[in-house]
Design a protein around this ligand. Structure first.
Ligand SMILES: [Zn+2]
Length: 296
């Protein structure tokens, strides 16, 4: 109830500055990755706002009254679903009657293999050049249904974007496929890369299953140390929105290399390493290839 009181207060003061020069729809996304995808597809036809900011933890985010204010007036809302944004349905209730699209619609889910989220869908389905087309099609549909006048532009931008992603990934896929079978392992902190691993034919293991779970308990660390020794896995990676310490500990104790940070749940600021979705996929995939192909 407190939230509604705050909201009433904010509404009064958000009747604000000048209208943009162009007739734009307002697109609201749950996190930065979808904001960038939506901007690529919308071009000048939309103002796109991400609720969570660059570098934020997105599973268990707690929106502030300011985050609610930024979402007001949205014409369409884009979020992932599959249990990713545990906070988002409650957040949406504050925005009134706005159409929301679940961008993972149509993805073939990979189920989480262990931990307290066992049997649920792994939510990180955007992290896959193969699934990118599904996300792009869903964004094109959401924007076109919201703003039918510009549907042709959204469709054309979506197709160009798909082609760019496909061209970026052909060489990376080839580099992974050139590795011997027993070297094709992807070990990370969070099991956020199941879809990428599936795309690239990598076996996957992680210290913990999902960031909403406990992270880096002694049992989790012990289990991964044993698995890495058993399979002689040469490298372990961490993820940008979590502490690298558990992965670094595993590297120290196994003598494996610490392969650095993979990006999945958030973009960086424009001057950082992954300001766009394409960068996120590319930098992450290249980091994996470099780690797996490094000479010991
Ligand atoms: Zn995650």
């Amino acid at each position: 109830m407190r939230i509604f009181a705050v909201l009433g207060f904010l509404t009064v003061f958000s009747l604000g500055p000048a209208m943009p020069a162009l007739a734009q729809i307002k697109v609201l996304t749950s996190f930065t990755v979808f904001a960038d995808m939506a901007r690529n597809i919308a071009g000048d036809h939309a103002e796109v706002v991400s609720i969570t900011r660059e570098g934020a933890e997105i599973h268990m985010f707690r929106p502030t009254p300011g985050d609610i204010k930024r979402g007001l007036g949205a014409d369409v809302v884009l979020w992932n679903g599959l249990g990713l944004e545990t906070w988002f349905e409650r957040y949406l209730e504050n925005l009134g009657d706005v159409k929301a699209y679940i961008l993972s619609d149509g993805v073939e889910p990979i189920l989480i293999a262990e931990g307290s989220y066992q049997g649920r869908a792994n939510p990180h389905a955007w992290m896959s050049p193969g699934n990118a087309n599904i996300y792009i099609d869903n964004i094109v549909r959401a924007l076109s249904e919201t703003d039918p006048e510009n549907a042709a532009a959204y469709a054309a931008n979506g197709e160009a974007y798909k082609a760019e992603i496909a061209a970026t990934f052909a060489p990376i896929r080839a580099a992974i496929e050139a590795l011997p079978e027993e070297k094709r392992w992807l070990v990370t902190s969070e099991a956020a890369f199941s879809y990428l691993a599936r795309d690239f034919g990598l076996k996957e293991a992680s210290i913990w299953a999902i960031n909403a779970d406990s992270q880096g308990s002694p049992q989790q660390v012990r289990r991964i140390i044993d698995l890495m020794r058993e399979n002689r896995i040469p490298v372990i990676f961490s993820e940008s929105t979590v502490s690298p310490k558990p992965a670094e500990q595993v590297a120290r104790e196994t003598g494996a290399a610490y392969g650095g940070v993979l990006y999945v749940d958030s973009l960086s600021t424009p001057d950082g390493p992954v300001p766009t979705y394409l960068d996120l996929l590319k930098v992450t995939s290249e980091t994996i290839v470099n780690g797996l192909t490094a000479k010991p």
